[in-house]
Design a protein around this ligand. Structure first.
Ligand SMILES: NC(=O)C1=CN([C@@H]2O[C@H](COP(=O)(O)OP(=O)(O)OC[C@H]3O[C@@H](n4cnc5c(N)ncnc54)[C@H](O)[C@@H]3O)[C@@H](O)[C@H]2O)C=CC1
Ligand SMILES: O=C(CO)COP(=O)(O)O
Length: 343
């Protein structure tokens, strides 16, 4: 029987452990704190992070990293903890253990994608990224969900086979860069649509932020080597839609509270779970500067989160920017082609 360990017992790790146990594998969910793990074992439920989703009888819970001696290890640790978690995991893995990362973020300081971090810390292990529109609360209740497994094609196909159920449909995509950037950057835009909601603005404003936000994601993502088509897929617009609109999204909820005027520290403690978009805003802001990519929404998000800017003024700044062509990059390529034809 396939042996699986899920490293990280937050909402996403718990939902995936339940999904994989229901699929018939031998699954162990690894948590950090012994009190939490004991409580989960007793209640057969993760009451703190995923209440109402009962554990299948065979699902094991532990703090013991020896459980990482498995065929498949799923990392569901917030992005800022991935490198350390991988270091701690390293001595316990089998030589052939397949690694699946499910966190959505970028490493602060290095700007690395999380698959790069995992490959550095766990050399020789194949790494696949699972991403797409998938709130733990809905996956835990077996609601139809589609995701993408990104990485080297045959390994991604193995992950597709392992995770696919009649309610959890997995596509493959070899574009690791595009999938990881789409998954990380949509959280920044979800914070922004939440802020707009908190300010009392309506659906027009949210649609504007989502569409122009996607343009920024694709601009940075393609500059970093992603395939433009990936941003029109599940890990791009798909995840952007769900995160910007779902009542489950922690990034959207944090944004709403910021828009209502609460300070960031209070917002984060009220949400009580990871809000990846905050750190990712800082990384995206640095990357945009380093690569000379225009990301006006990211710029305003950065000013609101880290420089005390007024959210209402940030919206005005975006609305009153100089005039632009909607398809600026496309227009630039066309002009270039016409110039080449004329020569
Ligand atoms: N919750 C969801 O619906 C989804 C979440 N994700 C991503 O999965 C990752 C994990 O998110 P969630 O499970 O939702 O977070 P969560 O906030 O529900 O739980 C985080 C878990 O990680 C543990 N943790 C926190 N810091 C840690 C560290 N430094 N080292 C080790 N463990 C640490 C906590 O004890 C907790 O068990 C995030 O990157 C998130 O964006 C991806 C898809 C869906
Ligand atoms: O990535 C997610 C859904 O696909 C989860 O988003 P939040 O972290 O905003 O809840």
């Amino acid at each position: 029987m396939v042996k699986v360990a899920v490293n990280g017992a937050g909402s996403w790790g718990t939902a995936l452990a339940v999904l994989l146990a229901q699929a018939g594998y031998s699954v162990t969910l690894i948590g950090r704190r012994s009190e939490e793990v004991e409580e989960m074992g007793r209640r057969r439920e993760n009451a703190r992070y995923l209440p109402g989703v009962m554990f299948p009888p065979d699902l094991q819970v532990t703090t013991d990293l020896a459980a990482l001696n498995a065929d498949l290890v799923v990392f569901s640790i917030p992005s800022h903890g991935v490198r350390e978690a991988a270091r701690l995991a390293s001595p316990h893995l089998r030589a052939q253990t397949l690694i699946v990362n499910t966190a959505k973020g970028l490493e602060e300081g290095s700007h690395k994608r999380l698959s790069q971090v995992l490959t550095e810390e766990l050399p020789g292990h194949p790494v696949v990224v699972l991403s797409g529109p998938s709130h733990a609360e809905e996956v835990g209740l077996n609601m139809p969900t589609t995701v993408v497994a990104a990485g080297e094609l045959t390994t991604a196909q193995r992950v597709q086979d392992l995770f696919m159920t009649p309610r959890f449909r997995v596509y493959t995509n070899p574009d690791l860069v595009g999938v990881e950037l789409g998954g990380a950057l949509k959280n920044v835009i979800a914070l922004c649509t939440g802020i707009a909601e908190g300010l009392g603005y309506g659906d027009n404003t949210k649609a504007a932020l989502m569409t122009r936000g996607l343009a920024e994601i694709a601009r940075l993502g393609t500059a970093m080597g992603g395939d433009p088509l990936t941003f029109a897929g599940l890990a791009g617009v798909g995840d952007l839609i769900v995160t910007c609109t779902s009542r489950h999204s922690r990034n959207r909820r944090a944004g709403v509270a910021l828009g209502e005027g609460k300070p960031l520290d209070l917002v984060l403690s009220e949400v009580g779970m990871v809000v990846e978009g905050v750190r990712t805003t800082r990384v995206a802001h640095e990357l945009a500067r380093l690569k000379g990519i225009a990301m006006p929404i990211v710029e305003e998000a950065f000013q609101v989160l880290f420089a005390g800017a007024d959210p209402k003024a940030a919206v005005s700044n975006l609305m009153e920017r100089g005039k632009r062509h909607e398809l600026e990059e496309v227009a630039a390529v066309r002009l270039q082609r016409e110039a080449v034809k004329r020569v």
